[in-house]
Ligand binder design. Structure first.
Ligand code: GLY
Ligand code: MN
Ligand code: MN
Length: 449
């Protein structure tokens, strides 16, 4: 079975029950992610839709979950899946089929996908609402709207509405995904541990003369070796002033002695991903200028982590990072003046232009609200995981920056679990202090652990 299969019927039934209790009466219709064509008859690597996988653990493409509450306050779930097919399975790989979907994933019934559009009118009968997200798959939307249009055509005057109201279930699913349950947190702990190991491998492997993609290969080999099926996002391996390009992805420059190397990469495990950035010296020792910038970013990052307290506004970590970075820019001679005023006027922005945090989970920029309807920051809930990732990007040609600091880009990123007892850094196994980073750099370092 696919490594994306999570056969845990009780876990997924609990998640579905919690979701349907939030949504109330109506029918949930949730397709997994569509397959996408790369070219000809070749598809991009498949990854199940995050919401669908969260609620079913089912790994295959072309699957649809249908669920609703029963009169007794429980719920009933159906899966529509690809049927067993000897010829297709010879070409494309094994399928669970309807019997396997029911037996292994514990739904009440499973049907061949081809029966969905016949069954749906019956399943919708008497339902006041349809919980469905429009916009993810145009072909699926079209078929659903055609179904409703056909119903409306047959509909006589002075009857109940021809079709149920369509309501978006995604905010309710996002709220469930934001505060991790035990299984989700277990997956995050493994994903972040593998991610940290990959970063240690990168530190051990990097040396002058290698290409950035060779370090990427060492990092990702460690991810795969430890059981991660794929990365959570494309790895950024940026040496020298490439570190000042936030989503750098060419990864093909040759590392030079004296460079810093910024690596931003995350391993996925059981549907969840880590997201770590470390910046380290290719030759094993920070120069004085690099160490000065690194120290400022590290101080800001520690301040951001301290701000990840349960109930604190969701922008508290960013505010803490910005204050510390701005103070640091004054100390480094990049800015001049009163720190509070410089922060108010956003004078740090040329060298720190991104946010400091995002929710983390199944998706690297995970679902969950940051602000309420009045644009006030939401309080940080216990069980949420967010990144803290300040940086400074001092351009190679930036004349506002003291000459010796030009071309230095540093970002430090950890994944932090909000708990009632304070922030817990899930990624603490990735070296971060100057001393620990230097000790981890260079051939042989990893095997000495
Ligand atoms: N690598 C994407 C991020 O850190 O947000
Ligand atoms: Mn991040
Ligand atoms: Mn990152």
């Amino acid at each position: 079975m696919s490594r994306d299969a999570i056969p845990d019927p009780a876990l997924h039934a609990t998640r579905r029950q919690r979701l349907l209790d939030r949504l109330g009466d109506g029918l949930l219709l949730l397709p997994t992610a569509p397959e996408t064509l790369r070219n000809g008859d070749v598809l991009h690597e498949y990854r199940p839709g995050s919401d669908f996988h969260f609620l079913t653990g089912f790994p295959e493409p072309e699957a649809v979950l249908v669920a609703c509450r029963t009169a007794r306050g429980r719920h009933r779930s159906l899966l529509f899946v690809r049927p067993r097919d000897k010829a297709r399975e010879t070409w494309d790989g094994r399928r669970c089929g309807t019997a396997g979907a029911k037996r292994v994933f514990g739904v009440d019934a499973a049907h061949p996908l081809g029966e969905l559009w016949q069954e749906l009118p019956k399943l919708l009968h008497g339902q006041p609402r349809l919980f469905f997200r429009l916009g993810a798959d145009a072909a699926f939307d079209r078929r659903l709207l055609d179904l409703f249009a056909a119903q409306a055509k047959k509909h006589k005057k002075r009857q109940p509405p021809a079709h149920p109201a369509i309501e978006d279930p995604v905010p309710a699913i996002a709220a469930l995904r934001l505060a991790k349950d035990r299984a989700e947190l277990d997956a995050m702990r493994v994903a972040t541990a593998i991610t940290a190991a990959g970063h240690r491998a990168a530190m051990a492997w990097a040396r002058p003369g290698l290409r950035e993609y060779e370090v990427q290969a060492a990092l990702e080999a460690e991810f795969r070796r430890l059981g991660s099926p794929r990365n959570g996002y494309p790895s950024i391996v940026a040496s020298g002033s490439n570190a000042c390009i936030l989503h750098y992805h060419e990864n093909d420059r040759t590392l030079r002695a004296g460079d810093l190397l910024l690596v931003d990469a995350g391993a996925e495990f059981a549907g969840s991903t880590g997201d770590i950035t470390r910046t380290f010296p290719v030759s094993g020792r920070f120069t004085a200028a690099q160490a000065a910038v690194y120290t400022v970013v590290l101080r800001a990052q520690l301040a951001g982590i301290r701000a990840c307290r349960r109930g604190a506004p969701s922008d508290a970590p960013h505010k803490a990072c910005v204050r510390a970075l701005t103070r640091g820019l004054v100390e480094l001679g990049v800015l001049r003046g009163d720190v509070a005023r410089l922060v108010r006027k956003e004078k740090y922005k040329p060298w720190y232009m991104h946010g400091s945090s995002h929710w983390l989970g199944r998706d690297v920029h995970d679902v969950g609200a940051y602000q309420d309807g009045d644009d006030h920051p939401e309080p940080l809930p216990a069980g949420a995981v967010l990144t803290v990732e300040p940086g400074l990007y001092l351009g190679r040609l930036d004349r506002k920056v003291p000459r010796e600091l030009r071309g230095i880009g540093v970002r430090i990123e950890d994944d932090v679990l909000v708990t009632a007892r304070g922030p817990e850094v899930l990624t603490a196994a990735a070296p971060k202090t100057i001393r620990d980073v230097q000790a981890a750099c260079g051939p042989g370092q990893q095997s000495r652990r």
